[in-house]
Structure formats: C-alpha cells, structure tokens
Design a binder for this molecule. Structure first.
Ligand SMILES: C[S@@+](CC[C@H](N)C(=O)[O-])C[C@H]1O[C@@H](n2cnc3c(N)ncnc32)[C@H](O)[C@@H]1O
Length: 399
C-alpha cells in the first residue's frame, strides 16, 4: 500500500517511522510519503492561506497549491501503474465529514493508494474538492465530533487504524478478529499474570481451561460492556444482531414477496456490478415475473426485521450437491454477521443425502470471498459468467 500525505507540517508525521508502521515500511509492505504543501506555492512567502470571501474570522487555504500538489501526486501514482489502475482515494480529514469507523478502516485497508490532504486554519477552499474529484475518489472524513487545529493528528490516527488491517502488518491476524468494533461490539476485559494481584483476582472462569465456557463468558462481557458504555452502538445494531435473529424471522418466500425481493436484490447487487464493471449480471436484470418464476425452482428464504425484508438466500439440489445462491443482506446492515447467519441457515436445510454445498461469486467480490473462506468454503474453480469472472466454491458437510 502506498500512502501520500500533503501537509504544511510534514514533520508532524514523523511518528509514522515508529513501531509497527515503521517496521512495515522497512519490510516494504508500506510506502509512506509526506509532502510539504508549500513546495507547490509560487510566491516568495510560500503562502498557502488567504482571507475568506464573505468575511468572517480566520483564514482559508488557497486552492492553487492544493491543485498543483494533488495533480503531482496523482501523476506520480499513475506513472507507477502501467495500464489500468484504480482511482486513488483522497481522504480529507474534517470535522464536517463522515465519521471514521472500524468498518471504514477495513474498507480503506484494501486500497492500493491512499492520499491524505491535511487542512489547517478554517479549512480548504471548497472548489478543491470538486477539482480533486476529477482524478480521485474524494472522501471527507471526521475523527469525531470535536475540532482539532489541523488534519495531521487525524491522519496519524486513521493511518494507524487502516495499516494494522493490511495483511502482514500485524503478525497474528487472529488478534484482529475479536477486537472492539470488529462486529459492532466492544472487546471483553483482558487479564494477564499473576492470577492474584494486590488482592484482586482474575475471574475464575478464565482459569478453568473450559474454552467453550470462556467463549460464552467473553461474549456476555462484550454485550454488557457495550450496553453500559456505548448504548448508541447497542441500540443501532442490537435489534438486528444475528444472536437476536430467530428462525421465526425467516420465512419461505411466497409469490407475493417477489416485488420486495426484486428491490432488495437490485439494491444488494449494485455493489457487485460496480466491482465487476458490469451491470449485465442476471441479478440486476430480473423482473418481478422472473423472480416469481425462480421461486418455483429454488427454495428461497427471506429474513424480515419489524416487517422489513432485510435479507434472503436460496438453495436447491443440483446433482449430488446443495447449491446455495443469491445470499443478500440490505446494504445498511452488512458487516454484522447476518449474511453468515443466513448462509448457515441455508446449509442446515441441505437434504440428508447431500455431502457438499456449492456456490459461486464474482471473482472481484473480496468481501464475499472472505466470508465464504471464513465459513469453511474452498475455491474449486473459476469461470466466466456473462463476461463476469466468477469463482466456484465448495464445502463438505460432515453428518
Ligand atoms: C480548525 S479545523 C477547521 C474547522 C472548520 N472551520 C469547521 O468548523 O469545520 C482545521 C483542520 O483541522 C482538521 N480537523 C479538525 N477537526 C477534525 C476532526 N474532528 N476530524 C478530522 N479532521 C479535523 C481538518 O483538517 C480541518 O481542515
């Protein structure tokens, strides 16, 4: 991953030489370049700010040094990639941006190029964002609901959160799985030796060696801690968390569900279409009638929460295999384990004689592939379906 940071205080970014980030740079996993915005000024004072139009307090960052700097970095990135390459992502830290989250960190960790533009004063002339959008995928991102003096501290925090998710940066990837915010919950309390310290013992259960009981205890601690400390996280996700889903929320789809199922399918497959640069995918070209007809060929289940259809999956017998398809979760509820829950639900309905479950997904659907791998599926082949590269996966069922 290459990271470029533009700032009037590039020395502020010196901590990126330290610790795991510094080591990852040494090992070639990470290429971090801090640029001085003043290198792209033309006047003899190297000025980067001016008074605001319309009056008011403070100064505003002038657009031209930003335009020159962003063009120079974009040219350099493009020069390093021959042929096709993804548009670099430009992250502009700002208190009026979208909130930075663990989910965003995980998404950004997949990008080959990230560019950060650190504002100062009252911020950057607004026209720069529109200009930058010609070459970058521009995101305004806030660290939290407070105001810092400049974007550098925000960049340090974001880079650390993103980079530790890049494969290879943290030796033990498993340590990332149960962390706070990974699935909308805070982490459980942790303890180390000695077992009794200053008259305080560690919870007995942790000394029993009973891993199933420890797992359950830790999960309960996560729920309790999240409810007590972050009720906002709790109420945002709890009503729909997989542990709250009951089999009764899943129904076999009926012809009357076809319209709603079509809408949910299209909403979910748009991302897949974008990932594959093709909107010819069958899921994006259904009609209410074709969805209704498919209900006769497949057993299709729909998941509802408070009446709203939020997910679906379908399955059918294909030779000796149980074929699963169209696993979808409403875009605003993805990343909470609902897809995994639906997948297991569909698997659990495989007829007795079946020994393996098969499915396919777009070769560029990184999220899907990760979820299927975690669920025990292995890639068994690849093909092209209507011009879209596709991976075939299978999992053996033990009875
Ligand atoms: C003093 S702030 C500008 C605040 C701006 N006038 C406003 O009210 O939105 C200067 C710079 O600090 C950075 N900054 C301040 N608060 C931030 C936050 N919560 N998250 C990310 N960056 C922030 C941004 O780069 C911003 O351009």
């Amino acid at each position: 991953m290459r990271i470029d940071v533009l700032s009037i205080f590039p020395e502020y970014l010196a901590p990126l030489d330290l610790s795991l980030i510094g080591k990852s740079r040494e090992r070639g996993l990470l290429d971090v370049r801090a640029h001085n915005l003043r290198d792209w000024t033309t006047d003899r004072h190297n000025s980067v700010d001016d008074t605001p139009y319309g009056g008011g307090a403070g100064m505003v960052m002038k657009p031209e040094p930003w335009a020159q700097g962003l063009d120079a970095v974009a040219d350099d990135i493009a020069g390093n990639h021959q042929g096709d390459h993804e548009r670099p992502i430009l992250i502009v830290p700002g208190p009026s941006g979208q909130r930075f989250t663990q989910k965003m960190a995980a998404e950004l960790a997949q990008a080959p190029n990230l560019v950060f533009a650190c504002g100062r004063y009252e911020g950057i002339d607004e026209r720069v964002f529109d200009f930058a959008a010609q070459r970058y995928d521009v995101r305004i991102v806030s660290l939290g609901d407070y105001v810092l003096n400049g974007g550098e501290v925000a960049v340090l925090a974001m880079v650390e959160a993103i980079v530790r998710l890049v494969p290879g940066v943290i030796g033990n990837q498993e340590s990332l799985v149960e962390e706070s915010h990974e699935d909308g919950l805070l982490e459980y309390p942790v303890y180390t030796k000695p077992a009794v310290w200053r008259d305080r013992g560690v919870p007995e259960i942790l000394l029993t060696g009973n891993h199933a009981a420890i797992h359950t205890w830790r999960h309960e601690q996560r729920l309790e801690r999240t409810a007590a400390r972050r009720p906002d996280l709790w109420s945002a996700t709890q009503s729909l968390r997989p542990q709250r889903i009951e089999s009764g929320d899943v129904q076999t789809a009926q012809p009357a569900d076809a319209g709603e199922l079509l809408t949910l399918t299209v909403a979910c497959y748009v991302a897949e279409g974008r990932d594959h640069d093709s909107f010819g995918l069958p899921a994006l070209n259904e009609t209410t009638d074709s969805v209704r007809e498919a209900l006769a060929e497949w057993t299709t289940w729909v998941l509802r929460s408070q009446g709203r259809m939020i997910g679906s999956v379908r399955a059918r017998l294909s030779g000796h295999d149980w074929e699963i398809g169209r696993l979808i979760v409403a875009p605003d509820l993805q990343g909470q384990g609902i897809g995994r829950w639906l997948l297991e639900f569909a698997e659990s309905h495989a007829p007795e004689q079946v020994r393996s479950v098969v499915l396919f997904t777009g070769a560029n659907s990184k999220r899907n592939l990760t979820m299927y791998r975690k669920a025990g599926y292995r890639v068994t082949g690849a093909s092209e379906h209507l011009g879209v590269p596709t991976k075939h996966l299978a999992k053996r069922i033990s009875r």
